[in-house]
Design a protein around this ligand. Structure first.
Ligand code: DQQ
Length: 535
């Protein structure tokens, strides 16, 4: 990265310049991965939206192409917004996307590859029947809240289904459509699912997960070996949440399981910055892969000055946890190809109050994996029953607030004298029933000594049992991004930070323990990361 652009990433996907938001229609076709994304070709702020297009053979290195779809017909003349791809029988991919028509209504359109023998799918032809779904006075669809069609799934009755995000007053919903040919669509009487007080559901995603394996399954898979996941991106709070549930394909109704919270307080893919995400089934590696957009924390004025805005998170493999109660996520294995100069730390006891540098890694672009062990759990802070909001708890008990077991973890993108650092750490509590509760935090409050931007602290509880001894943390550090995975992928926190000293050669990596109790680092490996070939 050029020294006048210290925040550009080295292995996270981004275009050379301008605005990027949602990942669109990821897929694999003839061995080539495709990523489309919401893009403004004319500037670093949102607007003039088209589907930009890049391809890859490994999901890490990317080649840019001409935009796949851009405003060109009445049904999308004011913008080509988010959507998905579906692979039709015979292996034929199609795009369903939201177009903005001359009346600024949101309608759904279809585009097909011009040449199926081109693995790069460079040219797309829009259906002459567009729009295929539109708000009418009859169907009572809100014309400004009708967008982001999902990947289709094929029912045993031979009909395709897709959902489209919407709301009715303040009830968020997934409107269901069915079609025999993917061209003529009929709106179902009932939404697939809805939830009160959640507002507009952007970018819904609906897919099955295997209940007994880490493998992904095709989006049309049904049966007793799968559960279903429904994700919504809530426009009101710019947070995503998901539930795990069952899909009754005869009634076309999805029901979240008991305990799977159906609101903004529910489970999240990521407790930091991560939005408008989308999964696809990677049939060559039998996995489901998740893409998500990470926006900036700076103001539009700063984005315009640096000439770009937005990055994509590292694609994550996603599967159902053994408990069946939540999803697990892990950076796709291919990212490990970028690792170089491995540094291993011998088993180390981190006494209360200690800071230990991990030297020999490039602080601005690194991958770190740590396993902590907590030898003593007899002196643990009590969790007040009113402390139910992990994010609030993390913001009250930041990295510098000493505890008993924790805070311990990493300080990344840290300047030499620790004037600047981003902390990712754990803190262990005991509740009224003497059950241990593990808190994971992302504390950005000290991430930059000069720039003023959103430094909100993030937090999540991690459903792991510390009595079992081990607590793992992995962080991917990439100039202005810190993507962290706690408890082997049970909780993820992504942060956007803009240090002014911890840039270029000035960025360091430390482990720390700010509790009274010692913890042991039983394993620590860190790598500098090579720069990927991105666009
Ligand atoms: N971004 C798109 C919309 C979507 C929103 C427009 C989510 O289709 O609802 O760029 O970030």
């Amino acid at each position: 990265t050029p020294s006048n652009q210290p925040y550009r990433t080295s292995f996270h996907f981004q275009p050379p310049k301008n605005w990027m938001n949602d990942p669109n229609g990821p897929l694999i076709y003839k061995g080539i991965y495709h990523l489309f994304y919401q893009y403004n070709p004319y500037g670093a702020v949102w607007g003039n939206i088209e589907w930009a297009h890049s391809t890859s053979t490994d999901l890490i290195n990317w080649v840019p192409h001409n935009p796949a779809i851009y405003p060109s017909q009445p049904s999308d003349i004011n913008g080509c917004w988010s959507g998905s791809t579906t692979i039709l029988p015979g292996g034929k991919p199609v795009i369903l996307y939201t177009g903005i028509n001359p009346q600024n209504q949101q309608v759904q359109n279809l585009a097909m590859p011009k040449n199926l023998s081109d693995p790069y799918l460079l040219e797309w032809v829009k259906s002459p029947q567009n729009p295929l779904m539109a708000p009418t006075p009859m169907n009572k669809i809100n014309a400004s809240s009708f967008r982001d069609p999902t990947t289709g799934w094929l029912g045993p009755d031979g009909r395709w289904r897709v959902i489209v995000g919407s709301k009715r007053r303040h009830r968020g919903m997934a409107i269901l459509y069915r079609s025999k040919d993917f061209i003529h669509w009929t709106k179902a009487q009932h939404p697939l699912h809805s939830a009160k007080d959640t507002g507009m559901w952007e970018c819904p995603d609906f897919y099955p997960v295997s209940s007994d394996s880490m493998n992904g399954v095709d989006t049309s898979m049904l049966g007793s070996s799968v559960k279903h996941v429904l994700k919504a991106s809530l426009d009101d709070t710019k947070h995503e949440y998901y539930t795990i549930g069952t899909y009754n394909h005869e009634k076309d109704i999805y029901t979240p399981e008991k305990g799977s919270v159906d609101s903004n307080l529910g489970l999240r893919y990521d407790y930091g910055k991560f939005y408008a995400s989308k999964t696809f089934f990677d049939s060559t590696k039998n996995r489901r892969v998740l893409w998500g957009w990470i926006n900036e924390s700076t103001s539009a004025a700063i984005d315009i000055m640096k000439g770009w805005s937005g990055v994509q998170a590292i694609p994550r493999k996603i599967w159902l946890d053994k408990s069946g109660k939540q999803l697990m996520q892990w950076p796709i294995a291919e990212i490990e190809e970028l690792r170089k100069n491995q540094v291993d730390m011998p088993s180390t006891m981190l006494k209360g109050g200690s800071v230990v540098e991990v030297s020999g890694v490039t602080g601005t672009q690194a991958d770190v994996e740590i396993v902590f062990e907590m030898p003593k759990l007899d002196k643990v802070e009590l969790l007040d029953p009113s402390w139910t909001n992990p994010q609030l708890l993390c913001s009250q008990k930041g990295a510098s607030v000493g505890g008993e077991v924790g805070p311990f973890g990493l300080m990344v993108l840290a300047s030499e004298g620790l004037q600047e650092f981003t902390a990712v750490f754990f803190r262990i509590f005991k509740d009224q029933n003497k059950k241990f509760v593990v808190l994971m935090c992302g504390d950005q409050s000290r991430s930059s000594s000069q720039l003023d931007y959103d430094k909100t602290t993030y937090g999540s509880f991690v459903d792991v049992d510390p009595v079992r001894g081990k607590l793992s943390l992995r962080s991917l550090i990439d100039h202005s991004i810190v993507e962290s995975f706690g408890g082997e992928g049970k909780a993820c926190i992504t942060a956007r930070v803009y240090p002014t000293m911890a840039i270029n050669g000035g960025a360091h990596l430390y482990t720390f323990n700010n509790g009274t109790q010692s913890v042991t680092i039983s394993k620590l490996s860190a790598w500098s990361m090579k720069t990927a070939q991105i666009n």
